[in-house]
Unconditional design. Structure first.
Length: 320
């Protein structure tokens, strides 16, 4: 049997005096405050003299900030795609109403083609009014034999700074009464060719991928997109363009990642020229060796003939 008498001797009484001596002191601060501890351990609580850096941001404002960051990131990704191995420029034109409008130019390239995009506002220039003219393109069968100065394509003209041009591009808008507004005109720095069974370089009208919050009717809403297949002197060669048009600034082609990729290494135009020089030098050396050998052979043959002629005749007796 359990004895519970020991619990009778324990004191569980509550004393307010004792609890007040050990209870913690709690002070709630509704604003920035200052706590000072004295030498005797006393505490002094007052208002802070420093300005508050904390400000409550409404939830709606925070969401707007996130949305702006998302749009900015998407815009940067979009521009990087349109300028891959290329660039971004602007051209200023004048409309029929003598109004100056700035049009964006984006161009990119891979090993096989250059893509040129010109932005325009469909409020000013309807899509159906756009016309594209490309001069100097080679036939499909000549895509791997693009040599010379553009004479193969029937186009031969010098561009800015005496640079040789291999063709020309014009983008225009046909207005009322067949009036024409030239949106872009430029000369090609490298030869291009037409795709198989095509008589001309085609184009397409693209919607702008990124919408801008604006009501300005001069802002870019669409693109004229032209794909320019690269023609090269020999199959397997890759030529990286320094600019899409001779009038545009050049890029540093040595910074193109695909060019330094050892896995996809192909012959560049500089390497092609160097190899051709080596072949010419080698061919010249072979011709020199052939000439030396022929000369030595002729000299030896002449010496043999002279020796035979100088030999004395000897009679030979033949028994019956």
């Amino acid at each position: 049997m359990v004895d519970y008498s020991k619990w009778d001797r324990m004191d569980f009484s509550d004393s307010e005096d004792d609890s007040s001596q050990h209870a913690p002191r709690v002070t709630s601060l509704n604003s920035p405050g200052r706590v000072t501890i004295g030498t005797d351990g006393t505490l002094e609580i007052g208002k802070s003299s420093l300005p508050s850096n904390r400000s409550a941001i409404p939830v709606a404002a925070a969401e707007n900030v996130k949305e702006d960051e998302r749009k900015k990131r998407k815009l940067n990704e979009w521009k990087a795609k349109l300028t891959h191995n290329g660039g971004h420029h602007h051209v200023t034109i004048r409309t029929d109403e003598m109004k100056e409008v700035e049009l964006p130019i984006y161009w990119s390239q891979d090993r096989y083609a250059v893509t040129l995009r010109l932005g325009f506002s469909h409020f000013l220039f309807p899509s159906k009014s756009i016309r594209v003219r490309v001069k100097g393109s080679l036939d499909y069968k000549d895509r791997f034999s693009a040599v010379g100065s553009g004479a193969m394509s029937g186009y031969k003209e010098e561009g800015p700074d005496d640079s040789m041009a291999f063709g020309e591009i014009e983008i225009a808008s046909i207005g009322v009464g067949k009036s024409e507004t030239l949106l872009l005109s430029g000369k090609l720095p490298r030869p291009i060719y037409r795709n198989q069974d095509e008589d001309e370089i085609g184009f397409e009208i693209e919607d702008k991928l990124i919408e801008e919050d604006t009501t300005d009717d001069t802002k870019c809403t669409k693109f004229v997109t032209i794909s320019l297949p690269k023609a090269v002197p020999m199959e397997g060669m890759v030529i990286w363009w320094e600019h899409a048009l001779l009038s545009l600034p050049k890029i540093d082609t040595s910074m193109i990642l695909e060019r330094s990729n050892a896995y996809n290494r192909v012959m560049s135009i500089e390497e092609y020229n160097e190899s051709m020089d080596k072949k010419k030098s080698s061919a010249s050396g072979d011709e020199s060796k052939k000439e030396t050998f022929a000369k030595a052979w002729n000299e030896a043959h002449q010496m043999f003939r002279e020796k035979v002629q100088a030999r004395e005749k000897q009679e030979i007796q033949v028994d019956d």
